[in-house]
Each structure stands twice: as structure tokens, then as C-alpha cells.
Design a protein around this ligand. Structure first.
Ligand code: SAM
Length: 217
């Protein structure tokens, strides 16, 4: 399978036509080897226009959603970024190409450990993976220029706003457990500015300031 060609097609047929314009984001999407972040039996589908299972009842998000959320962060390369929901580590790798430092938090230890090992093996050096409840952010490393939440929350945890620099951006899906709206929030001197982007469906953000625990995985 020609994965380089698959990535080019993903960018040209899924991302550009839907309005992703940031050339840095498009370059990262054309570069990160998404097929290495899914199990071997799913590699042929890695560049399809959909989310895929990654184990423990979780998913690697649809490529377009990864690109859109990343574009909404408006990264220039110098930022300290916090990602909540490491999952496979794919979004982390995309962020790693576009920011200076990336902290990523995952609540399921086996996913975090697998992502950390893979990111290390692939040479993504500016990434730190933490196992904890990301609904309270990562206070020890704050403030951040940007926070990206890759699971759906019932409301915006106030902790995220408090851990953003003034001018910092938060991108987060908010809604019910089964469908959400993607919001972009900017911290200002006096509060926040909030705008909505698109409807989306994410797995739930589970924790102290999120949804209640699901069954066992
Ligand atoms: N960004 C991931 C990727 O590229 O593969 C996809 C993330 S998946 C849609 C959402 C992830 O959020 C899951 O791995 C899930 O375990 C994690 N998650 C849910 N609640 C969390 C919490 N409170 N703290 C940290 N991670 C959480």
C-alpha cells in the first residue's frame, strides 16, 4: 500500500475541499504516518474519511476533525500546547510538528503507555505524555498558549480557562454524551470570547469535571 499517496489524497480530497487552509496543518497531515497509530488490521483504512477504533472503547478521530481542531488553535510554532485525550497519539504527533512543546494527558494507562512508546520511537521529541484526569487540565505545567480537548464535555471545565494565557485558545467539543458542537474559545483580559464551529461526535470526556465513569473496558 502506498501510504504517501494515501496521505496526499486525504489532504487533497478530504481536507482542502472542506476548507482547511493552514498550510502548516496540511503539511503536518501529509507527513504524520497515521497508519502507524492504528492496529495492523486497520492500516489499509487509516486514511479513510472516518474515525477508527484504537482499543479500550476509544477512537482515533476522523482526519478532517484532527485538521480542523488543529487549525482552530492558530499555532505559529512557538506555543506550549496541552492536549486532553492522548488516545493513539496521532493528534499529539500533528501538534508536535506545529508547536514548541506539547503536553498530552490520557486517563487510560494502557493507551497512554502505547502512545508514549510510539511517539518516542517515531522521534517526536517535544512531547510529554501524562496519565491523569485531564478534566482538571495540567496545573503543574500551566499556563498554555493553546488547549485542545479531544473528547466531548458536558460543559467547559473552568480549569481550562484558568490554565490559558491571555490570548490563548481552547478548542473543545461541548454537548451531550452522544453529540456535540466544536467550540473555539479565546481568553481575553476580561473573560472569554466563544464561537462555534461545527457539529461533531466524540467519545465522552470522563472525570471529575466531565461525565461520570463508563463501564469497564
Ligand atoms: N487524540 C486522540 C488520537 O489522536 O488518537 C483521539 C482521542 S479519543 C477521541 C478521546 C480520548 O480521550 C480517549 O483516549 C479517552 O480515553 C480520553 N479521555 C477521556 N476522558 C479523559 C480525561 N478525563 N482525561 C484524559 N483523557 C481522557
Amino acid at each position: 500500500m502506498d501510504f504517501i499517496k494515501q496521505r496526499r489524497l486525504m489532504v487533497d480530497l478530504q481536507l482542502r475541499p472542506r476548507g482547511i487552509k493552514d498550510e502548516g496543518v496540511l503539511h503536518a497531515m501529509a507527513t504524520v504516518e497515521r497508519h502507524l497509530f492504528v492496529s495492523e488490521d486497520l492500516q489499509e483504512s487509516a486514511y479513510d474519511d472516518c474515525a477508527l477504533p484504537i482499543g479500550c472503547g476509544q477512537t482515533i478521530s476522523q482526519p478532517y476533525m484532527v485538521a480542523l481542531m488543529t487549525e482552530l488553535l492558530h499555532l505559529e510554532g512557538h506555543e506550549r500546547v496541552l492536549e486532553i485525550g492522548t488516545g493513539s497519539g496521532y493528534q499529539t504527533a500533528v501538534l508536535s510538528m506545529l508547536a514548541s512543546e506539547v503536553y498530552t494527558v490520557e486517563r487510560i494507562p494502557s493507551l497512554a503507555e502505547r502512545a508514549q512508546a510510539l511517539l518516542e520511537r517515531l522521534g517526536y521529541k517535544n512531547v510529554q505524555v501524562r496519565i491523569s484526569d485531564g478534566t482538571i487540565g495540567l496545573p503543574s505545567q500551566s499556563p498554555f498558549d493553546a488547549i485542545l480537548v479531544t473528547a466531548g464535555a458536558p460543559e467547559i471545565p473552568e480549569e481550562y480557562i484558568g490554565q490559558l494565557k491571555v490570548g490563548g485558545r481552547l478548542v473543545i467539543p461541548i454537548g451531550s454524551r452522544y453529540s456535540q458542537v466544536l467550540y473555539q474559545i479565546r481568553r481575553t483580559e476580561t473573560g472569554i470570547e466563544k464561537s462555534d464551529s461545527t457539529g461533531c461526535v466524540f467519545v465522552p470526556l470522563i472525570g471529575e469535571k466531565g461525565w461520570k465513569e463508563e463501564g469497564l473496558y
